[in-house]
Design a protein around this ligand. Structure first.
Ligand code: SF4
Ligand code: SF4
Length: 336
């Protein structure tokens, strides 16, 4: 396999222990086939761990092994590539207060159960906000889930465990098995090579190494100016968010939805690059890797659209939202 550019996390980093139980293994080869970074090679009907240093802890092999012969465990804190990096000044209090007010307005008017999430993509070599870097790796979607539950997290490339997300968000290159679409066929998410190639070609991504870290915090505790705000909610809440801008423009929204790369492409990258709000229904990865409810979906809102969204929601909440929620067209029964 050609060398995979692991982003600005190069350094001493054998971080995962791969426990392979040879007594249980049936030699099916699925681990070698599915590992996006070619950590395994099948030798004499058994997987040989030929490149443990490439492992990003995505646990794909563990999940695909039909007999539970593999266990991937973290091996403690990793090398911090940004230990001596310049830190960004704290946000001005006025800006912090504005984000806290937006968060409260979204929660109050929509009735959200989750914190709206502030996303900042730290450009290459830019000063870093003061946000904790965890000891373990996680997927970008897991970072967003945890922020929606109140945590503030910054992930440089060597804290990301999803090769898809890190390459899409401009931190690393694309591993060959993902670039070719081979892995999506194995997962049976697309019918054939043609569909896989189309999906990969249509999928936007930021230039390699243009981003040094992803930052996700509750919007009310934003530590950096957000590029995008992600709202986690149900279909009705998404409807009002959609209507918040239509309130002013009367325009229909043209969302880009695929079921692939939900939080990284649809809820983050699209709003970030296009400056438009975009809905996402979730994707295989984010649903398989999180406890998002089946009815939860996501709206990515570029920061510059937030004043319009907040203002539109405030007007809608005067009459339209309460009337609709009161089911004014449902006949009242005598019991009521
Ligand atoms: S955890 Fe992921 S990267 Fe590591 S060996 Fe398994 S499939 Fe490969
Ligand atoms: S997927 Fe599991 S059973 Fe199949 S070769 Fe790998 S370790 Fe063995």
């Amino acid at each position: 396999m050609q060398q995979w550019d692991t982003g600005k996390s190069d350094g001493p980093a054998v971080l995962y222990h791969i426990d392979h139980d040879a007594n249980v293994c049936i030699g099916c080869g699925l681990c070698a086939a599915f590992c996006p970074l070619d950590v395994y090679e099948m030798q004499d009907d058994a997987p040989a761990i030929v490149a443990p240093e490439r492992c990003v802890g995505c646990k794909t092999c563990e999940g695909q092994c039909p007999v539970g012969a593999l266990t991937i465990t973290g091996r403690g804190p990793e090398y911090d590539p940004f230990a001596n990096r310049e830190k960004a000044p704290a946000l001005p209090q006025e800006e912090q207060e504005l984000y806290a007010e937006w968060a409260q307005t979204l929660k109050d008017l929509l009735g959200l159960n989750a914190e709206p999430v502030a996303i900042t993509l730290v450009p290459a070599d830019a000063p870093l906000p003061e946000v904790p870097v965890p000891a373990e790796r996680m997927r970008y979607c897991q970072q967003v889930v945890r922020a929606s539950k109140g945590e503030s997290i910054m992930l440089p490339p060597n804290r990301h465990s999803c090769p898809d997300g890190t390459s899409i968000l401009g931190m690393t290159d694309v591993p060959p098995k993902l670039a070719s679409g081979e892995l999506y066929i194995l997962f049976q998410k697309v019918a054939n090579q043609e569909a896989a190639a189309q999906m990969v070609a249509e999928r936007p991504r930021l230039p390699q190494r243009s981003v040094d870290a992803t930052v996700a915090t509750p919007l009310a505790q934003a530590a950096a100016t957000p590029d995008v705000v992600i709202v986690v909610g149900n279909a009705e809440q998404m409807m009002w968010l959609t209507m918040s801008t239509a309130y002013y423009t009367g325009e229909r929204s043209h969302y880009h939805v695929s079921g692939f790369n939900s939080l990284c492409v649809e809820a983050t990258l699209f709003p970030y690059t296009e400056g438009e709000m975009n809905i996402s229904l979730g994707c295989y990865g984010c649903r398989a890797a999180s406890d998002f409810g089946d009815d939860q979906m996501f709206m990515g809102i570029p920061r510059d659209m937030m004043p319009m969204v907040i203002s539109g929601l405030r007007y809608l909440s005067v009459k339209a939202i309460p009337d609709s929620r009161a089911k004014i067209y449902v006949p009242r029964t005598e019991a009521e």
